[in-house]
Write a protein that binds this ligand. Structure first.
Ligand SMILES: C[S@@+](CC[C@H](N)C(=O)[O-])C[C@H]1O[C@@H](n2cnc3c(N)ncnc32)[C@H](O)[C@@H]1O
Length: 152
């Protein structure tokens, strides 16, 4: 696909259009233009859902919000080119992944920039700058300390 088409395919999704999306697209267009109502799409989504789910291009997150996952603890991966869509549908799944859902919102807004961080990456980054690095993971937080110019 041409680069411009890839960009155009996600550029229409803004906080304004996403707020209208469920009513305008899923409500009106699906039923009257495409003659395939959102309820039919939801049945299809439901028939194919599992506890190990990748959603590509989630838009407003309507289907993620409406679907019944087989358990209360599904493994979810959400992928979308558009940061506003990511923020929108991260909210829809926050009840399954409370910490991760909120972190997605923070990261999409650039309030935090730690979505790619792992314990080993953080430990290595600290050790490259500080001596005597100590780190403990508590829940979703890494508690760390270190010293500059420390000699044991
Ligand atoms: C029409 S909405 C679909 C929403 C949802 N799947 C639904 O059926 O209601 C398209 C979504 O796909 C995303 N998107 C468009 N092109 C994409 C691409 N190349 N890679 C990932 N996401 C993309 C847009 O940002 C938007 O959130």
């Amino acid at each position: 696909m041409h680069k411009d088409a890839v960009h155009a395919g996600q550029a229409a999704y803004t906080p304004f259009t996403l707020a209208l999306y469920d009513k305008a697209v899923l409500g009106l267009s699906c039923r009257w233009l495409w003659r395939c109502p959102a309820s039919r799409l939801l049945d299809h989504y439901q028939a194919n859902i599992s506890d190990n789910h990748l959603d590509v291009g989630g838009g407003s997150g309507y289907f993620l919000d409406q679907v019944d996952f087989p358990s209360d603890d599904p493994r979810l991966a959400l992928m979308d080119l558009n940061a506003d869509s990511q923020t929108y549908f991260a909210r829809c799944v926050a009840r399954y992944l409370p910490a991760r859902g909120f972190m997605s919102v923070y990261n999409c807004k650039d309030i935090f920039s730690n979505f790619q961080d792992t314990v080993s990456v953080l430990r290595a980054a600290l050790a490259s700058r500080l001596d005597d690095v100590q780190m403990q993971v508590e829940g979703c937080a890494a508690l760390f300390s270190g010293r500059l110019g420390y000699k044991a």
